[in-house]
Design a protein around this ligand. Structure first.
Ligand code: AMP
Ligand code: MG
Length: 343
């Protein structure tokens, strides 16, 4: 299959909408990361997304909508059944990088939700994403547009690196503003629970909803890394609520290790481990975001991919403070490192 390169001009976006309506796959920019879009109501199209990504089929997808009215047929009880707290979350953060879990209606195929009775829905703020969903005239199921397990793509070039020849088209848009995936918020239970942390933080949600928002337990666990000496990747299986949590994630080809401490402590430890790597004939890369969480979120996946392109074997990253946005970026760093932290 030849993957068509499309621009962000209206004519091309209309073409992309046609491809999605016909059951095809189009990668497109959003404010978080690039998504791989398919008609969310077409189980066959959705299955081809799983195939293109090499993604386990029990890992549910986020359904993207352009207007609130599109929610009505997708969720149990329709718009009238939405709770007050859910309404608050939508009013405060849509359109934007917040995904909300709803009980699903029969309209949404189980293929889209990985067999779950709930559906994850988001209304992106990125203009190209909005236009594409509008042009598709359908809700668009879109996981990140990477091969499963790799760092999410934040540029069109990253998408092509993984998906060229596997999907119908890529909309060649700008680099993503946020750089990490949306916050996933579960409002189907008693307590609002963050299943995946993102740029919309626990603190911001607690404030907007006027009630305590918590992290799902597994996000606070730090599985002990028992790195496979061959791949350097730790086996971190644990029982997750959000099915996406259980798979290896965000991993470049290089081994990633995290180092805690001040700038000086990091530099010293990174030098020591870097020299050791060099003695073993490996190329080490060193990455310190200097406590700048926004830049870390924006650049992390792009940097991991760039180091891979340049052929590094080991990436040594300084950790961030685990609060606010730092918690969300650390969630990605920890997974990409297989929970391997040096301190
Ligand atoms: P991605 O599409 O790669 O951004 O990943 C989407 C993630 O959203 C999944 O890996 C899940 O963690 C989460 N998710 C999607 N749908 C649901 C759902 N119905 N219940 C819980 N988590 C979900
Ligand atoms: Mg993903």
């Amino acid at each position: 299959m030849t993957t068509e390169r499309l621009t962000t001009e209206l004519e091309d976006i209309l073409k992309a909408g046609d491809i999605i309506r016909r059951g095809g796959l189009v990668a497109f920019p959003t404010e978080t990361v690039y998504g791989l879009g398919a008609n969310a109501l077409d189980a066959e199209a959705v299955r081809s997304v799983y195939a293109a990504k090499g993604r386990p089929s029990d890992n549910p997808m986020i359904v993207h909508i352009a207007e609130t009215s599109e929610l009505d047929p997708l969720i149990k009880g329709g718009l009238d059944g939405i709770s007050e707290v859910t309404r608050k979350a939508m009013d405060a953060f849509w359109p934007g990088p917040l995904t909300i879990i709803f009980p699903k209606s029969d309209t949404v195929p189980y293929a889209t939700t990985g067999g779950l009775d709930t559906v994850a829905i988001r209304m992106p703020s990125n203009r190209t994403a909005y236009m594409l969903i509008a042009a598709a005239l359908r809700p668009v199921a879109a996981p990140s547009a990477n091969i499963s397990g790799r760092p999410s793509p934040t540029t069109a070039e990253d998408v092509l690196e993984d998906m060229d020849g596997r999907i119908d088209a890529v909309i060649m848009g700008e680099q993503c503003d946020v750089g990490i995936e949306s916050t996933v918020l579960d409002l189907t239970g008693e307590v609002p629970t963050i299943l995946r942390p993102g740029i919309i933080t626990k603190e911001a949600l607690t404030e907007a909803l006027g009630m305590e928002v918590v992290y799902y337990n597994a996000l606070l666990e730090r599985p002990v890394a028992e790195a496979d000496p061959e791949s350097g990747v730790a086996d971190t299986e644990f029982k997750p609520k959000s099915p996406g949590m259980k798979y290896r994630h965000y991993s470049p080809k290089a081994r990633v290790r995290l180092i805690e401490g001040s700038a000086e402590e990091f530099a010293a430890k990174a030098r020591e481990l870097g020299l050791e790597a060099i003695r073993n004939g490996q190329r080490p890369a060193i990455l310190d975001y200097e406590e700048d969480e926004l830049t870390a979120a924006h650049d992390l996946f792009a940097d991991l991919r760039e180091f891979d392109r340049q052929g590094y074997d080991l990436i040594l990253i300084r950790t961030l403070e685990q609060s606010g946005l730092g918690f969300s970026v650390m969630n990605r760093m920890l997974k990409s490192a297989g929970y391997d932290i040096v301190n």
